[in-house]
Design a protein around this ligand. Structure first.
Ligand code: SF4
Length: 370
């Protein structure tokens, strides 16, 4: 068993079976989630015999940082090497009140849910080499812990002279939008999110957690019936079947009509606003004629639209529209009175697209071993 995939209830049941007092499970989880220790020996308020028993029964693994990219105080990309040698990415983004949460001096963390992806969206680096496997619950949870540990270590070394302690935590919001289709790894993801949401775990409110999907209709309905109030983002990228099918094969299985009905069901159940992610790709979905069906969908679902100019992916033919084209697309939507934002940051270097850092690292490693 892996300790970072255990809920308080599950661990309590195991420890009760060992004859341990009821407060022990809380102590263990406090070491893992509040203190973020990586060794059983560090749990100094547990009897040695219990630490040994826990070590024999549970794996306490941590993600290995393979690479980090980006400057402090801006978007940072972390590339993790998993136990089987696979790579996944997490991205730490300075808070942007216009996006997924409220104004904050904290950060949003974007996490991955699969190694590779089976959905093959034509513009995406993550799906280029297909799907390898689902991440385990603990591998999703550990992206948060590992980023927090990294941030605390950095803050400690920056404040070494003053001795000022690191902030308790830096991640306030979570978006499930990294490598993989989150809802295709539904059970592991939902368990990870319960742990991340729990007061004894990550302590991040469900309303500060956004799950993104390319449009898996049955799972959207299932999520709608889950009692936790997660936010939902749809990677739309086209407001008609004709446009969406050009770039998203998933649309053939779940066309827009079905997707919209599932979103309506989600809203009826949750009463929450949905976000449409719309990557603007030159000559594919950025014509101003696309704004009328997009605005109509957004109005029908009371959705907010997040426009994202395409980040170039090495080996793919797609281009980013000009700034003027992006601004014109935004203006056309605003004229139709739908809430809409345009990501304007300039840092769209070659590795900015999701999955790019992993792909480049894999290629470099392969070249070195030749
Ligand atoms: S955009 Fe998302 S669903 Fe589509 S291939 Fe990439 S990771 Fe998979």
């Amino acid at each position: 068993m892996v300790i970072k995939s255990q809920t308080l209830e599950e661990l309590s049941a195991v420890l009760a079976g060992w004859g341990e007092p009821a407060y022990r499970a809380g102590q263990v989880l406090a070491w893992i989630y509040a203190q973020r220790v990586t060794q059983w020996e560090a749990m100094t308020n547990l009897p040695r015999t219990l630490r040994e028993k826990l070590a024999a029964q549970f794996k306490l693994t941590s993600l290995e940082l393979a690479r980090v990219q980006g400057a402090k105080d801006t978007t940072r990309k972390f590339l993790w090497r998993l136990a089987d040698g696979s790579f996944v990415e997490s991205v730490l983004i300075p808070a942007n009140p216009a996006l997924y949460g409220e104004a904050s001096d904290r950060h949003t963390l974007c996490v991955s849910t699969q190694v590779g992806c089976a959905y093959g969206c034509r513009f995406c680096a993550s799906g280029l080499e297909g799907w390898k496997r689902n991440l385990g619950t603990e591998e999703i949870v550990d992206q948060l812990l590992a980023v927090e540990r990294h941030a605390a270590a950095e803050s400690r070394s920056a404040n070494a002279a003053t001795g000022e302690p690191p902030p308790e935590k830096v991640v306030s919001n979570l978006v499930i939008m990294g490598m993989g289709e989150p809802l295709a790894n539904y059970d592991n993801l939902l368990k990870a999110l319960r742990i991340i949401n729990a007061p004894w775990g990550g302590g991040i409110g469900a309303r500060k957690i956004t799950i993104s999907t390319s449009g898996l209709v049955p799972q959207i309905r299932k999520l709608a019936d889950d009692p936790l109030q997660f936010r939902l983002a749809i990677s739309l990228h086209g407001a008609t079947n004709a446009t969406r099918e050009k770039i998203m094969p998933v649309n053939r299985k779940y066309p827009i009509e079905q997707l919209v009905e599932a979103c309506e069901y989600y809203q009826r159940q949750k009463g929450r606003m949905i976000t449409f992610e719309y990557i603007l790709i030159s000559g594919v979905n950025d014509a101003l004629t696309e704004t009328a069906p997009l605005a109509a969908l957004a109005k029908r679902l009371h959705a907010k639209i997040n426009l994202i100019p395409y980040n170039l992916v090495e080996g793919l033919p797609w281009q980013r529209p000009t700034e003027a084209q992006c601004e014109a697309f935004l203006a056309a939507l605003e004229k139709q009175r739908v809430p809409c934002t345009l990501r304007r940051e300039k840092g769209h270097d070659i590795d900015a697209a999701c999955g790019q850092l992993r792909l480049r690292t894999k290629r470099e490693l392969a070249a070195r071993s030749r």
